[in-house]
Design a protein around this ligand. Structure first.
Ligand SMILES: *Cc1c(COP(=O)(O)O)cnc(C)c1O
Length: 216
């Protein structure tokens, strides 16, 4: 537990998988964490973070960015079109593009603002009713549409079903990314990030194993 321990485990998993040292980014998921815990991780020198809600990110990250240089912030939760403008202003990476309507909104805002974060398409690999993400069958079409719109799609993201072997979902995501020529794979959380690294993750999203249990 803790940043040092998780960083060590990420480096070890890279090595075990024959991956280059430092090839996997550790995204510290700070949602719902007390601000002191986030500040401690910033003071330890970590700079890559993720949040799952636009509003919550807006309440804490502009302040942290004033005090700490070089922060990179990822949106890892569902994005409503009416929050897209604010999301573009707050985040460096949006990992949750999951439908054509959102892609079209982002494209319009990109033209208007002259800027757009790097984007990932979120894939609902388990085809779970309650979960966000495009189904595996529809992913190629959504990636193609994003490209036609001129959006900077760089990779895919998934959250496997809790009760299934994550390795199968990570392998599926890697396969869909490969056939679409996408290099980035955001997969793996506190309980399964080493498995994700073995399957080719280029970034892992770790919350509670870095910060401790979330305090709701
Ligand atoms: C909360 C969250 C995480 C981190 O979960 P932990 O189990 O605490 O590591 C990763 N990805 C997403 C999309 C999340 O919402």
């Amino acid at each position: 537990m803790g940043l040092d321990d998780i960083t060590t485990r990420v480096r070890k998993a890279e090595q075990d998988a024959g991956r280059a040292p430092g090839s996997v980014d550790l995204i510290a998921i700070s949602k719902v964490q007390p601000l002191e815990r986030v500040e401690d991780v910033l003071k330890a020198g970590h700079r890559m973070f993720g949040e799952n809600k636009v509003q919550e990110a807006a309440s804490k990250w502009p302040g942290f960015r004033e005090r700490f240089d070089g922060v990179t912030l990822h949106l890892v939760g569902p994005l409503q079109t009416n929050k897209a403008r604010q999301a573009i202003e707050l985040f460096d990476v949006i990992e949750t593009v999951d439908r054509p309507k959102l892609a079209r909104t982002l494209a319009r805002l990109k033209d208007e603002l002259g800027t757009c974060p790097d984007l990932y398409v979120q894939v609902n690999t388990g085809e779970e009713e309650q979960k966000a993400g495009v189904s595996p069958d529809e992913t190629d079409a959504l990636v193609a549409e994003c490209r036609e719109l001129g959006l900077p799609v760089v990779g895919l993201m998934c959250i496997p079903p809790v009760d299934e072997e994550p390795a199968l979902h990570f392998a599926l995501l890697a396969k869909i990314a490969a056939r679409n020529g996408l290099e980035k794979l955001s997969m793996g959380m506190s309980s399964d990030f080493e498995t994700a690294i073995a399957q080719g993750a280029t970034s892992v999203r770790v919350g509670s194993a870095i910060f401790g249990d979330r305090v709701y």
